[in-house]
Design a protein around this ligand. Structure first.
Ligand code: ADP
Ligand code: GLC
Length: 474
């Protein structure tokens, strides 16, 4: 049994901007099932009701150098997992998690430094642990502060640190003038630690300092050690090459399963697919698209509108939509350039293209259920969850063979292409539409995808044995 304290800026159901929250919302419970004891530290953002939490520790004072921050630690248990919320209204009582109207908060470096400091406070007071497991740049200073402030603290003797990278595209990079705010001595501001081309880089500090680094798929673990996939940190990652592995994410089938899903028009399973047709009809109606011919293929997209997700390729396939008898439903938000593309398409092809801008969990489920194909031509993808949900919903993924997309989609369950070009995406879609015409083999393909099992159990086992190994027990 290992006691693990996870540190994260997001976790479902409390705060989510992407897949990180799905992981930190589900992995702890899966580890608990295996016998580990896991708690999660995260900020108490505005949308997390204070009065549903109770006090775990009042008036904790943490120090970034000479600056003292007073925080309270609030707590609750969700689905058997204990959450500790860092109550610091001056940092977290805001509308957004990281930004307002797409502009990052100016004090993010302090906000997330304090998250890590408070996590170390939790480890010293209410949740002594064997492993400090931090996620992404927002929690990447945890091993740094542990090495800096706590190296002589017997309470941390033998405690091991693990950093999981969910997306190397986000590193927590700040101007060097902000370094003093972290309260670390100048020895940390060197190219083998936090310094990066004159800036401060949180993730780099975490990579250099953690006992082990993981990322969220085996293929991505290799890609990030190359100049093409390393976002400038490939050297730092190669330097940790013998302590860097990929553990594929699982998905939460309690949330994402067509036979029990409460968000969709009709439940269905591999044995009885009738409900999927009802879901397709309801989806088209929800998007005010003609539902006159349910044999016409519907392509779904659910995504953050970010460069990473391949929208510049999607922008290039307007003629595919025009030339083929297909319908496209899109849910997402983010970069206005990509919003504009879909906005234009919707006006141009109102019978073929339906768009919903914003965040809508129920609709994400209904697209997974109602579409025939799911499009995810990412430029890079550390793991990706939507394509795994799609498999379970019998919605055949069309993906670029990168990172976790390459690891989770095979030729017999989806359609993959390699080179990041509009032409390759076009070809993959054409092949998929051709295959769709043969209903029997298509249904077999759906069923093969539905039978795939990416539940958390296998991933949790991999994390659990890694913890054991780090502690010298494995
Ligand atoms: P990433 O974390 O890079 O955004 P993932 O595929 O790992 O990509 O996870 C995305 C998660 O966010 C999925 O659970 C997906 O359903 C959800 N999601 C993304 N955009 C939206 C949206 N606009 N509305 C609802 N859910 C969304
Ligand atoms: C990131 C990645 C995504 C991954 C998720 C959860 O947001 O972009 O690929 O699935 O984290 O690990």
């Amino acid at each position: 049994m290992t006691r693990v304290l996870m540190v994260s800026s997001e976790a479902t159901p409390f705060a989510k901007t992407g897949g990180l929250a799905d992981v930190t919302g589900a992995l702890p419970a899966a580890l608990e099932k295996l016998g580990d004891e896991v708690a999660v530290v995260m900020p108490r953002y505005r949308q997390i009701p204070w009065d549903e939490t109770e006090s775990a520790w009042d008036n904790m004072v943490v120090y970034a150098g000479a600056t003292a921050y007073r925080v309270d630690i609030r707590t609750l248990v969700h689905k058997g997992v204990r959450f500790y919320f860092v109550e610091a209204p001056y940092f977290f009582d805001r509308d957004g998690l990281y930004n307002a109207r797409n502009v990052d908060y100016w004090d993010n470096h302090k906000r997330f430094a304090v998250l890590s400091l408070a996590a170390l406070g939790v480890a010293q007071t209410v949740f002594p642990c064997d492993i400090l497991h931090s996620h992404d740049w927002q929690a990447a200073l945890t091993p740094v502060y542990r090495a800096d402030q706590q190296h002589a603290n017997p309470l941390f003797d033998g405690v091991k640190t693990l950093l999981t990278i969910h997306n190397l595209g986000y590193q927590g990079r700040f101007h060097q003038s902000q370094f003093p705010d972290l309260g670390l001595n100048a020895g940390w501001f060197t190219p083998d630690k936090l310094e990066y081309y004159g800036d401060v880089n949180f993730l780099k500090g975490g990579i250099a300092t953690s006992d082990w680094v993981t990322t969220v798929s085996p293929t991505y673990a290799k890609e990030i050690q190359t100049p093409e996939g390393g976002f400038g940190l490939d050297g730092a990652l190669r330097a940790r090459g013998d302590a860097l592995t990929g553990i594929l994410n699982g998905v939460d089938y309690e949330e994402w399963c067509p036979s029990t899903d409460k968000h969709i028009a009709a439940n269905y399973s591999a044995a009885d697919l009738a409900g999927k047709r009802a879901c397709k009809k309801a989806l088209l109606e929800e998007f005010h698209l003609p539902a006159d011919n349910l044999d016409r293929p519907v392509i779904g997209i659910v995504s953050r509108f970010a460069q990473q997700k391949g929208f510049d390729l999607i922008a290039g396939i307007a003629s595919f939509i025009e030339e083929n008898d297909v319908q496209l439903v899109v849910l997402g938000s983010g970069d206005w350039r990509f919003e504009k593309i879909f906005h234009d398409w919707q006006r141009w092809q109102p019978k073929k293209v339906g768009v919903w801008f914003g965040y809508n969990n129920g609709l994400a489920h209904r697209i997974e259920a109602g579409a025939d194909l799911f499009l995810m031509p990412s430029q890079y993808e550390p793991c990706g969850l939507n394509q795994i949900y799609s498999l379970r919903y019998g919605t055949v993924p069309v993906v670029r063979a990168t990172g976790g997309l390459d690891d989770t989609i095979q030729e017999d369950t989806g359609f993959k292409f390699s080179s990041y070009t509009v032409g390759s995406l076009y070809d993959a879609l054409r092949t998929a539409l051709g295959a769709y015409q043969n209903r029997d083999s298509w249904t077999e393909r759906m069923r093969r995808g539905m039978a795939k099992d990416y539940s958390w159990d296998a991933s949790a086992r991999a994390y659990s044995s890694l913890y054991e190994r780090l502690l010298g027990r494995g």
